[in-house]
Design a protein around this ligand. Sequence first.
Ligand code: ZN
Length: 104
Amino acid sequence: MSNEYLDSIAKKGLVPQTLAITKKQLEEYVKTKNCLRACEACGTEAWDCPSTDGMPGLFTLGSARDSNYASWLFQFNCENCGNTRFIGAGYVWAFYNPTEAEQA
Ligand SMILES: [Zn+2]
């Protein structure tokens, strides 16, 4: 991923708009997409999203191949066994910002 591409998406609001996604919006997203079904490890259907002041935990996963690239991920933990799932933040951003996503 080039720096020009990263600069272009940053100018389009991707970074601030992703940082502005609330825990309530994330919960609405996973409900709409039906992407938090029962835990594959223990079968429990209760998930928790770590949050601070209503904002969901948002983490980065750096690329080993390109130091300029990192995936942004929202984290969910199974409340029974701690199994962890990640949702790509870009998909959540695109859901709430469809016009900008089409141009990215
Ligand atoms: Zn579990």
